[in-house]
Design a protein around this ligand. Structure first.
Ligand code: SER
Length: 315
């Protein structure tokens, strides 16, 4: 059976790359990019695009009726830093957007649904090092609260209605094709742009702030591997811990200096994102993903830095 795949939130940092990869694997006409904003030229011209507001049920009905999707990826969300500026909107979009997609997917017989969670589901009382799959979770951002609640809904729809929902707790995702969308880990992308443009960067996170991170190529591959894994291999129906590497701004700057020896890193104080970062894990234990669907990252800090600098220089 031919797959028909909807990607809702296709213009964001993840969607931009996921659409391209899925179109390569499943055929351009079978992957429908959907976003509330106009896409860039490339995305529109390499396959179907639809304007979709995930909070508009009439709009969603029309899209599900038109395409009868076999798979749906819901990527539309407000991230951690932006969410704190508008908590009610973050809750509405992140929660009701998910519930709408779960309900429509059930109603229209969608076979598989993907929804991203985040390391933001952990909080100040979660273990900081090698944070396990199951532990105390007390997120204190509206983004983290919405992701934790969303994970529970995903598991609920699987257990109660048999909907095949799959999810990953992404760490900070580092990429060069699209700019990040208002997260706490965004410094690790801005630093590369400024290193090349200005030779210096002012980090909003402090020198010792270590966070879990991943290069986008790994994240996209892992996401598709999870979605293509046989259902009986999936033991986690909330969301999988998922890890690539961990570093702090000083580690990253030292690696950048191997390519740009004069690069200077300084720090901005009192940025609200510091508090968010302080409540998150420093490293993640993803042994369940490794065991269930053979997850294995390819990029370490060295490879990531080389890939970012090489690609941004070309662009
Ligand atoms: N990168 C995201 C953020 O910082 C984490 O999910 O909000």
């Amino acid at each position: 059976m031919t797959e028909k795949i909807l990607i809702i939130g296709s213009n964001g940092q993840i969607g931009t790359e996921l659409v391209t990869e899925l179109r390569k694997n499943y055929g351009e006409a079978n992957v429908v990019a959907c976003d509330i904003r106009r896409p860039d030229y490339d995305m529109k011209n390499s396959g179907p695009f639809e304007f979709v507001n995930v909070l508009d049920k009439d709009n969603l009905t029309a899209i599900y009726q038109k395409y009868k999707p076999t798979q749906v990826y819901l990527l539309a969300a407000l991230l951690s830093a932006t969410g704190e500026q508008n908590p009610k909107l973050a809750w509405d979009l992140n929660m009701n957007g998910l519930l709408n997609v779960l309900d429509f997917s059930l109603e229209f017989g969608t076979k598989r649904v993907y929804w991203p969670s985040s390391i933001a589901v952990f909080g100040p009382n979660s273990p900081k090092q090698q944070t396990p799959q199951f532990c105390t979770m007390d997120p204190n951002t509206v983004y983290g609260i919405s992701k934790l609640a969303g994970e529970r809904w995903c598991e609920y729809y699987f257990c109660k209605y048999g909907l095949d929902v799959r999810s990953i707790r992404y760490p900070g995702l580092i990429s060069w094709k699209a700019m990040p969308g208002g997260g706490t880990t965004d410094y690790a992308i801005h630093i590369f742009h400024d290193a090349l443009k200005k030779g210096s960067y002012a980090s909003f996170l402090s020198a010792e702030t270590e966070l879990p991170m991943m290069y986008m190529d790994d994240a996209i591959r892992g996401t598709i591997e999870l979605m293509e894994a046989p259902a009986e291999k999936i033991s986690i129906r909330s969301s999988y811990n998922f890890a690539g590497m961990s570093f702090n701004p000083e580690d990253l700057a030292a690696e950048i200096r191997k390519h740009l020896p004069n690069f200077k890193l300084h720090y901005k104080e009192n940025d609200p994102r510091q508090q968010i970062a302080n409540s998150w894990p420093q490293s993640i234990d993803d042994s369940v993903a490794k065991k269930d669907w053979q997850w294995q990252p390819e990029f370490n800090l060295e490879k990531l830095t080389l890939a970012m600098l090489t690609n941004l220089r070309k662009g």
